[in-house]
Each structure stands twice: as C-alpha cells, then as structure tokens.
Design a protein around this ligand. Structure first.
Ligand code: AMP
Ligand code: GLY
Length: 415
C-alpha cells in the first residue's frame, strides 16, 4: 500500500507495480495517474487509525509512505504498532526533516560536516548571535516551513529584518556555504545505508532560477557534479554517520534519507535532510531503478538492507519537467482541461500525475504542480529533448513550465 497523491507517489506506484514481488497495490488516496497502477481508496494518509484499518482490511504486506505529513503525524509508528511493515521513519526520526535544530545538533555531536550555526529562542538572542557570522548569513525558521523559511541575507540590515519578521520563533543562524548543490538519496534500514541515486531539482518558478520558491519545477538524475568519489565521501562522512547517530539516539531512521548537499571546496557539507523522496526528484529517479523495487523497500523496512545487494541503475540520464497551473506557487488556477497525454507518452516518455482529478470523465488540474513529464536518454541533452518533446504534445491551456530545466549541467558539460 502506498500513501500519498502527488507526482512522487505516481512514480513510486509505477515502479512498485512493476515489481515481481508486488501482487497488488493499494493507494490511499492516490490520483488518476496512480489509478493506472493501483486500486485507489479514499483514505486520508494522515489519519493513522484509518490507514491502519485499511492496511488490515487489505491485508497489505508493506506500506510505503510518500509525503512527509503522515510521517510527522506518526502514521509509521501506528502501523508498526499494529505489526505492519512500513517503509518510512517514525515521527521521532522524521524530526531530521521537521526540526532543523534537531539535525544541526545531531551533526555537531557527531562531527558531521555542515554549516556552522547557532540556535536561538528569541529575536534578541538571534540579533546578538549575528555578530559571530560573516556575510552573507543564512537565517532559517526551526521548523517545517515548506521551503519558505530560509533567508540568505547579504547585509546585516537584511539579516536583522529577517529576524524581526520571525518574531520570537526559534531560529537557526547559519554560515553561508559556497558551492554547487546536489541531492543524494540513500535507503536506510535503521542502522545501515545504501546510496540509491543522486539528483538535482530547480526550486525557483522562473527561467534561469528566478522568482519565488516552489516545491520544484523540474529535476534530473544523476547530478554529475556529485562524482562517484564525492558520493562515497558524502556517504562516509555524512549519511552513514547520520544513520549510526540516529540509532544511537534511540530514533533509528527507516526509509529514504534525502541529503541536500553543498559541494564546497572542503568537500560535501550537509545543508538539510528530508525524511522522504524529493518531488520531482523521485519522478526522475524511478525510471533508473532496476530489479524488484518493492522487495528492496520491504527488505529495508525489515531491517535487512544487506540483502538488497548492489543497486544497479539504468538509463544514463533522466529528466522531469513539471507543468504547473497558472498562478503557482501562489493560488493556482485549478479545473483546466488536460489532454493528449497518450500522444505525449507515445515515444517512451512518462507523464506522472502530480495534481489532477477526474471531472465528468475528463482530466482536469487540481493543484499547483499538475504533471511531471519524464524521459530518459543516453545523455542529459537527449533526456531533455525527449522530455520537452513530450511536454509540447500535451494540451493544457492553463498550464506553464520552465523551458530551461538542467541548464546549469547542460552548460557545464557543453551539451
Ligand atoms: P533548506 O530549506 O535548508 O533546504 O534551504 C533552502 C535553500 O537555501 C537550499 O537549497 C540552499 O540553496 C540555500 N541554503 C540553505 N542553507 C544554506 C547555507 N548554509 N549556505 C548556502 N545556501 C544555503
Ligand atoms: N524537490 C524538493 C523537495 O522535495 O523537497
């Protein structure tokens, strides 16, 4: 059973349903895309009691939790309490995403490379702490902020304004790290870890990475800036010590650790962790996974990651382009008709559904990010061309997309 209803979950459902060990897939609540691969049931993923009853009724052997909200709501704990296997961390372990302070303190205790920081409880402490940092300085809300809680202040006045705007809520003040960003996804069974894949997303709504932050307007995998050598360094210095530290703290992490890394001149440093797959990074990663993905996740859930063996990835390169509804990331215009998805998929691309619903037998937009158009290629350029060829075939008058996903990497590699 899969919990969630976005593009990430459509990609997970697609991959899980192709797994030889997955006889039947139930999704709660799912969406019209997920309904291609799973039986969708109208159950709210954060309602722990309802999720447990559904899992028992459907006699599911494994629950895979997609989004962070059910994790922080303790749905994994409730399922485990009922004796049901779960891929996804406990609420206590999900703090690694929910509380920046928790994660920074964990890094400090275990010597895990990250930006120097102080946690502050009130505005006056934060203002006092500012003097200890060079410019630019980073000011973060110490809680789940949906990507909106970060200010990179270029001047002391800007930093002070961000602190004052936060009122007396807890903050993390942080050293600014310089370098390229990359994301590393690693499976973790409570003790041991296995690197799955790297990816890179584009968070800004506008061309050239301009404008307001979004959940992500596109992604590609792998992120070549994270070379094999740097990936192994990130696993050895960041991910593996984190898994050990979480176990030692009595909050073992079971699920996927999504490490946001800055590749600095002193090596990879942790920017933040998420306790789940990235969206749209997941849509780019899933086509690269080979083998029995459902069994892989079941082994992780059972604490037997050593039986997964080596992870072999196919597809040299993949790209996902998000088509969003006009207005996103503000108030999106929902209800717009969507068509020609079969045409878009005719040449091998996959169109995952991120925010769609059926209305009178027709597909319409129901959210900000609507479709996640994904294609593979021998090079990033090929993946890009295939993804955009598919985007061009889709009929969605109320939608928009960025035309430059992958630009940094394409430029760097001269493609
Ligand atoms: P976060 O919500 O912690 O992922 O931060 C959002 C974005 O802000 C990151 O993806 C980075 O681009 C940037 N950022 C966060 N912390 C730092 C830092 N210490 N130095 C430089 N950039 C940062
Ligand atoms: N794409 C960013 C995230 O999933 O948090």
């Amino acid at each position: 059973m899969l919990l969630g209803s976005g593009g990430r979950e459509d990609a997970l459902a697609w991959r899980l349903s192709q797994s030889p060990s997955c006889g039947r897939l139930v999704a709660a609540p799912g969406n019209p895309g997920i309904a291609r691969w799973a039986e969708c049931v109208e159950v709210e993923p954060c309602d722990a009691a309802a999720v447990v009853s559904l899992a028992i009724k459907e006699q599911v052997e494994l629950v895979v939790i997609g989004p962070e909200a059910p994790l922080t709501a303790g749905v994994a704990d409730a399922l485990r309490g009922a004796g049901i296997a779960v891929f996804g961390p406990s609420a206590a372990a999900a703090q690694i995403e929910g509380s920046k302070g928790f994660t920074k303190d964990l890094c400090a205790r275990h010597g895990i490379p990250t930006a120097a920081y102080v946690r502050t409880a009130a505005a006056k402490d934060a203002l006092a702490a500012l003097d200890r940092f060079a410019l630019p300085v980073v000011i973060k809300a110490d809680g789940l902020a949906a990507g909106k809680g970060v200010t990179i202040a270029m001047t002391r006045a800007e930093a002070a304004a961000a602190i004052e705007a936060a009122g007396d809520s807890p903050l993390v003040i942080e050293e600014f790290l310089e370098g390229e960003e990359a994301s590393l996804f690693a499976l973790c069974d409570g003790e041991h870890t296995l690197a799955l894949a790297s990816a890179q997303d584009h968070k800004r709504v506008g061309e050239g990475d301009s404008g307001p932050n979004t959940g992500g307007m596109g992604a590609y995998s792998p992120a070549p800036v994270l070379t094999a050598e740097l990936e192994e360094r990130a696993m050895a210095e960041i991910v593996r010590p984190t898994a050990r530290a979480m176990a030692a703290a009595g909050t073992p992490f079971n699920g996927v650790l999504y490490a946001g890394l800055m590749l600095t001149k002193d090596g990879p440093k942790l920017i933040e962790y998420n306790a789940r797959f990235g969206d749209p990074e997941c849509e780019a990663i899933m086509p690269r996974i080979t083998g029995d993905f459902a069994e892989m996740l079941a082994l992780v859930a059972a604490g037997r990651i050593e039986e997964v063996g080596a992870i072999e990835l196919e597809e040299a390169s993949t790209m996902t382009v998000i088509i969003a509804a006009q207005g996103y990331p503000g108030t999106p215009k929902t209800g717009g008709a969507i068509g020609q998805l079969d045409d878009a998929e005719a040449d091998g691309a996959i169109v995952f559904h991120a925010g769609t619903r059926e209305e009178g037998g027709k597909l319409v937009a129901s959210g900000g990010r609507v479709l996640a158009v994904t294609a593979a290629g021998e090079t990033l350029r090929e993946a890009r061309d295939a993804a955009y060829a598919a985007v061009a075939k889709i009929g969605f008058a109320d939608g928009f997309h960025r035309t430059d996903i992958g630009w940094r990497e394409l430029e760097r590699s001269g493609q």
